[in-house]
Design a protein around this ligand. Structure first.
Ligand SMILES: CC(C)(COP(=O)(O)OP(=O)(O)OC[C@H]1O[C@@H](n2cnc3c(N)ncnc32)[C@H](O)[C@@H]1OP(=O)(O)O)[C@@H](O)C(=O)NCCC(=O)NCCS
Length: 285
């Protein structure tokens, strides 16, 4: 197969977005799970955002001049995140995914990125095998939750929309919990008004870029995370992602009627700090 890789462009959104929808739907149908993207319009909209965003490195694979796959590297923060990666179901299992992953990892090597992360669909044996062979370690079992908005508050916690002026405090909190900041990502979440912070005694003790598949959340304690989940109007995409080993938060979500949609796994290569606080990953990491 004569596969060529090139940098992705905004006008690739239709072709790449369609493959993203079809690739995730095919694997989800095979295992009787809901697809990651509900329809091609949704995946094309997400790809339009990624392809136009200078914070992402984009790789497109072509076979005989036809787009057959794509991969994205989130470079908005000191730690990089990979995904979504997809290959046209008609040509999967022919090493195109491996090439797309290697291209992203070569990019991180040339830029001396200290650590790379991704969130893997735990039911997908092929991606687990590929990422493990490429050096990724499985770090955390994850559970995706979905359900009706909870409309509840946690005593002592005040949740409000985040603003530009909160970014430094959010960065400091993220560094305390994760050892690195995610300010680039938070900045992107301010404009559509997805981001929120939680305050206790007038101090920011937690924040979220969105309680959603593509959002991450950090808190000093589980109560901060619960306050942000309780205030969310909806849970975007397939749902928000909870570290399965956080039994207190898992039980709280379950006791409030939320349902587990699918299992996932946080995988990392390079620098990884065991988080010192409460957190929810995004589907990128
Ligand atoms: C995941 C995906 C991008 C991989 O791309 P691909 O072109 O199909 O995969 P490749 O052929 O490059 O690599 C698959 C590797 O896994 C190996 N493999 C596949 N199934 C395996 C299994 N059950 N056990 C062990 N190894 C397995 C293959 O032998 C190959 O190994 P190699 O690179 O050493 O030869 C593609 O399958 C896809 O788009 N899937 C749907 C969307 C998706 O799940 N994306 C990832 C979200 S986490």
């Amino acid at each position: 197969m004569d596969i060529k890789l090139r940098e992705g462009r905004p006008d690739d959104a239709q072709a790449c977005g369609r493959i993203v929808y079809e690739a995730f739907k095919a694997i989800a149908d095979e295992h009787n799970f809901p697809p990651d993207f509900p329809n091609p319009e949704n995946s094309i909209a997400v790809l339009s955002f990624l392809l136009a965003n200078p914070g992402f490195h984009k790789v497109v694979a072509e076979l005989d001049g036809r787009i057959v796959g794509s991969n994205f590297l989130d470079e908005r923060n000191p730690i990089a995140g990979i995904g979504p990666i997809t290959v046209d179901p008609a040509v999967q299992n022919h090493a195109i995914g491996r090439r797309l992953m290697q291209a992203a990892m070569e990019r991180t090597a040339t830029r001396n990125v200290p650590g790379v992360r991704l969130v893997q669909s735990a039911y997908h044996c092929r991606s687990l095998s590929l990422y493990t062979k490429l050096g990724f370690d499985s770090r955390e079992p994850l559970s995706v939750f979905q359900g009706a908005a909870l409309n509840l508050s946690i005593p002592g916690c005040v949740v409000r929309p985040a603003s530009e002026g909160d970014l430094d405090e959010c960065s400091r909190l993220c560094i305390r919990v994760h050892g690195h900041d995610r300010t680039g990502e938070m900045r992107d979440a301010l404009r559509p008004n997805y981001a929120a912070v939680v305050e206790r005694a007038g101090r920011i003790t937690g924040y979220t870029s969105a309680i959603a598949f593509f959002g991450h959340t950090v808190g000093e304690t589980n109560d901060d995370i619960k306050a942000l989940i309780g205030a969310a109007e909806s849970f975007g995409g397939p749902g928000f992602i909870v570290p399965t080993r956080n039994s207190d938060l898992m039980r709280w979500c379950l006791n409030h009627g939320l349902r587990i949609i699918q299992p996932m796994t946080l995988m990392t290569v390079g620098l990884y700090n065991e988080p010192a606080g409460a957190w929810l990953p995004s589907v990128i990491y």
